[in-house]
Design a protein around this ligand. Structure first.
Ligand SMILES: Cc1ncc(C[n+]2csc(CCOP(=O)(O)OP(=O)(O)O)c2C)c(N)n1
Length: 340
């Protein structure tokens, strides 16, 4: 469990990422606001809490890997990489132009970008390969792959899912940004996958379902995933496309839209309101603990029958390397450099 100050700090970081996002999108420029903002909390938790990253060296051999398979949402990754100091925020002014270092989709020329992604369905394959390579190198690092729920209709992704189970790739965590919208409309209308959880389980994965905007749930899920041995874990994060921007929430039009001056001002006001809500929540005293419900404590969980690979139970392992807790964004110790 992370303490309240860590959670508050991470919520503030997510807010800052949204502010960076807004700065990049600006007025009258086309940008992926929707699928970027649905990821703000998850990206904040990964880069500023969970992942081992080196602020002084984006290519540190002992870093964890972040792959944005839904590469069109790269603005939220740029928002985080700039906060880490991998490039100056002045780059935001020329985002998505050939003049700058920040392309419209992830490009390995940008410090902190691990792979070219954006052709949907490919990131998990890259991630499985990286995770296997880390294992061969006997490194304790993890790979995180973020996918979209619309992206799940790509066949290559399921080949990678099968191989991750087959090769027991437990140093990889998949995250599905389940915002229920694609570029042009609801995922259920364009290519419905009725029960995403069952699908991943059938492919042998350990599945954790969370609210992808609740920082406590994100951090807890990432911690749990890290401890599972023998099978890969996927976190299915229930999110809202456009989260944080009142006029864009749940609207496919802001998948890759532009903002009017009025919408830009509204967006700033929305983020100011979010900041105030975070402060208010932080100032709240913890609620008194309710006495435990005897029935619930004594109830036995119903036995589950599963067939195929899903029947394999993930095994919780000893906690991995202890991470420093605290409110500070994860300033990681520069790890010892390895040649090659
Ligand atoms: C192989 C491939 N097909 C089509 C596209 C065009 N495209 C870009 S974003 C997108 C929708 C993705 O939906 P989802 O994965 O749910 O992303 P999110 O809604 O979270 O942004 C599509 C079809 C693409 N980038 N790659």
């Amino acid at each position: 469990m992370s303490d309240k100050s860590t959670i508050t700090s991470l919520k503030k970081t997510a807010l800052q990422l949204r502010r960076n996002l807004l700065e990049m999108i600006g007025i009258g420029k086309v940008g992926h606001l929707g699928g970027s903002s649905s990821l703000a909390e998850i990206v904040a938790a990964l880069y500023f809490h969970k992942m081992k990253v080196n602020r002084n060296d984006p290519k540190d051999g002992n870093r964890d890997r972040f792959l944005l398979s839904k590469g069109h949402a790269v603005l939220i990754q740029y928002a985080a990489l700039a906060e880490l100091g991998y490039f100056p925020k002045s780059e935001f002014a020329q985002v998505k132009t050939l003049a700058g270092a920040l392309q419209g989709h992830p490009d390995m020329k940008t410090p902190g970008i691990e792979a070219v992604t954006g052709s949907l369905g490919q990131g998990l394959s890259v991630g499985v390969g990286m995770a296997l390579a880390l294992r061969l190198d006997k490194k304790p690092n993890r790979v995180y792959v973020i996918m979209g729920d619309g992206e799940l209709s790509e066949g290559q992704l399921w080949e990678a899912a099968m191989s991750a189970w087959k090769f027991k790739v437990d140093n990889l965590t998949g995250i599905v940004d389940c915002n229920k919208l694609q570029a042009t409309g609801p995922t259920r209308e364009i290519f419905e996958i009725p029960d995403i959880e069952k699908k991943w389980k059938a492919f042998g994965w350990n599945v954790i379902k969370i609210n992808g905007h609740k920082m406590e749930e994100i951090v807890a899920a990432l911690d749990k995933a890290e401890k599972v041995r023998g099978v890969p874990t996927v976190i299915i994060a229930n999110t809202v496309k456009g989260k944080g921007f009142s006029f864009a929430e749940g609207k496919a039009a802001f998948h890759n839209g532009s903002l009017t001056e009025e919408q830009f001002k509204q967006a700033q006001a929305d983020l100011d309101a979010m900041a105030a809500a975070i402060e208010k929540e932080a100032a709240k005293k913890p609620a008194a603990k309710k006495p435990a419900d005897k029935k619930a404590v004594n109830a036995k969980p119903a036995a589950k029958k599963q067939a195929g690979p899903a029947a394999k139970k993930p095994v919780a392992a000893k906690p991995a390397i202890k991470k420093p807790s605290g409110a500070k964004p994860a300033v990681k110790k520069p790890a010892a450099k390895k040649k090659g």
